[in-house]
Design a protein around this ligand. Sequence first.
Ligand SMILES: [Zn+2]
Length: 385
Amino acid sequence: MSVWERVTGQPAVVAELQAAVADPTAMTHAWLFTGPPGSGRSVAARAFAAALQCPDGGDGTCHACRTVLAGTHADVQTIVPEGLSIGVAEVRELVRIAGRAPSQGRWQVVLVEDADRMTEQASNTVLKMLEEPPARTVFLLCAPSLHPDDVPVTIRSRCRVVGLRQPPVDAVADVLVQRDGVDPALAAWSAAAAGGHVGRARHLARDEDARLARKAVLDVPVSLVSLAACLNAADDLVGAAKEESDKASAELDGAETEAVKQSLGVGARGPGVAAASRGAGQLKELEKRQKSRATRLGRDSLDRALVDLAALYRDALVVATSGGGDVTLAHPDRRADAEELARRIGPEGALRRIDAVLECRTALEQNVKPQIAVEALTVALRLPS
Ligand SMILES: [Zn+2]
């Protein structure tokens, strides 16, 4: 399977990248992949990296392709933020490597997923490199949009922009069936429920808990009939997000801590005082990173719930203003809820509630305590009696 087959529903992007691979003289040193969540920015960037290193333009089967896709190619460096941001120390290390000639591949490729999470200092370090790129180095940056909040204008202006679109629901369902072996009916449902978001669709298709969590979130709007119901719903939303992130963190943390302890020989006899104190420092550093990642996982989980909620109110708005015509909904399986909401709150009520959800997202970004932000939200979402 060629590396391009992993890039779902993006024929124009694939054609552009293939052309760049085929004609190295037209190569650009900095690329910026943008597109909505789930459109496959990092998948496209990685496929491109593989094709650049592959002697056959990305056949997907040779050693170069396989190692790039597995993340072990010596000349493809990747930064994925684990905490809330990509710091200058991580980027400096990367820039140091980027300055070298490729050791075996044709290019030295630097791939920054979530470039929007770079700190200002980190961005400035990357920018210096983009101003005078080494001859064989290619930067691939991924960010949700071209908004200056995501990518500073100075960096954007030095990049060739590759815009991905939300893949069509059918294309996503096809991928789930053919690549993940998901049952066609479940694949179609998951793809529709995820609105063309590939990763989310896969998660829904594979994980029963994810389907139940989504259901719990979408059950909220029509349940908000009293103040008590609003406060309960807030507890449930915050609790579910915490539970999900605790589960994910525990899996990641346990393995890491064990690995560090083993490499330090903690528990073995007589490591010596110096080694023991160095080890304590390393473990402390690891704990700090894990805490930052847990915070991010919790925020991501809550944010996903808020996106689902906002989409249901948008569906209600669409239903309320369409006059009963056939309309495409973000949550097609929850049409009955959208219709009930439309009847009870009308288009203005739906708009007000969409705003309330967006305000809650902003508050969470600004580090307002989740419980407080979400309680304020559910109270604002309460149905008229
Ligand atoms: Zn290959």
